[in-house]
Design a protein around this ligand. Sequence first.
Ligand code: NDP
Length: 406
Amino acid sequence: MSRVIIIGAGGVGNVVAKKCAQNDEVFTEVLLASRTVSKCDKIVAEIHEHFPQSRTRFTTAAVDADNVPELVALIRSFGPELVINVALPYQDLTIMDACLETGVHYLDTANYEPRDEAKFEYKWQWAYRERFEQAGLMALLGCGFDPGATNVFTAHHAKHHFSEIHYLDIVDCNNGNHGKAFATNFNPEINIREITANGRYWENGQWIETQPLEISQDIYYPNVTTRKSFVLYHEELESLVVNFPTIRRARFWMTFGEAYIKHLTVLEAVGMTSIEPINFRGQQIAPIEFLKAVLPAPESLAANYTGQTCIGVQARGVGKDGEPNKVHFVYNVKDHAECYREVQAQGVSYTTGVPAMIGAMLMLQKTWFKPGVYNVEEFDPDPFIAGMNRWGLPVDELGGIQLVLD
Ligand code: NDP
């Protein structure tokens, strides 16, 4: 029996809401709120159509999550135990403020990013730790797939396979095809900002900066394909090197097709990815916001998406049995078309939304519960992996083969 507010009704919000509807023993009442209420209504109508037996009761509301008093009023009117934030990273702090003011737990899938800085870091949210602790509330940060499941996979390596992890490589392959010349799989503004930024990885106690997409290698993704993959900075690296201090090097790799990179290079060269507002016919517009408006919405890609995603974590180090150079890989493969059949979403939204529902479930059941602000790897990975196996993201393991080379 629990009441939850989901904020955000984009690609990820759609999946979280539908997975809550499937898990109706835990999620009994859900308020789906977002800036555009018609998107919430559409999702709830689909839930009634596709999951008619679900006992979860849904309501919808419009909310501007940049506005703390508006959020506080909404939370007070519904009285939830937990807010699941799947709006944009810009709203993390306002939603955390509203949770503190109303005494409600908090979960998100992406760390805070100031709108005008193109810089994402945990420092802003970690600074809330004491306030959440003192209020007896819990905030769980970054509970999507990457970050999220990748942090759980790292904790799984540490709990079951390694006495010391020395080298960590997180790999993210989208081998899907949506048939569009150029589109991003999640919010275009956030996605493009992530890729056009300098790369960064952790080595011997410091961050090494690279040019965007400077380092690459071909990586074999089990049961899917071999794809050229590029080092880029991803937010889970920041918490993982703090929580697993034996790590000597931690890198994040992602696949990008040639056509994708070509489009992005041109858009960047002509200034379309800039976050600096320009004056256009008397209005201040950041070119990237305009670009977002002309690109396909991520959720619109779902219907014709084919192919699979494969996301995993390779660890290398000293095994539990003392093996000095053990290597092990934990991963999930997900099929885009299967996601569409189940929840009318593409694989990237699905692989983010399912872990958010699982994290929320574990918090509500108090399986994962500590007052304060936490990253996912700070909890027992076993119930989370059991949840992934149950709720549509089966976890596989492969030992003894080094898929990502030095
Ligand atoms: P979308 O752009 O599809 O959806 C975002 C939603 O948030 C929209 O419904 C939007 O409303 C709403 N929103 C935006 N601003 C506000 C506001 N001020 N107040 C209320 N609602 C607002 O994004 P996605 O669903 O693809 O991504 C959601 C989140 O998940 C993002 O933070 C993203 O970074 C994160 N993510 C995490 C991943 C992971 O693995 N950890 C992977 C992929 C995404 P409107 O429709 O009106 O614009």
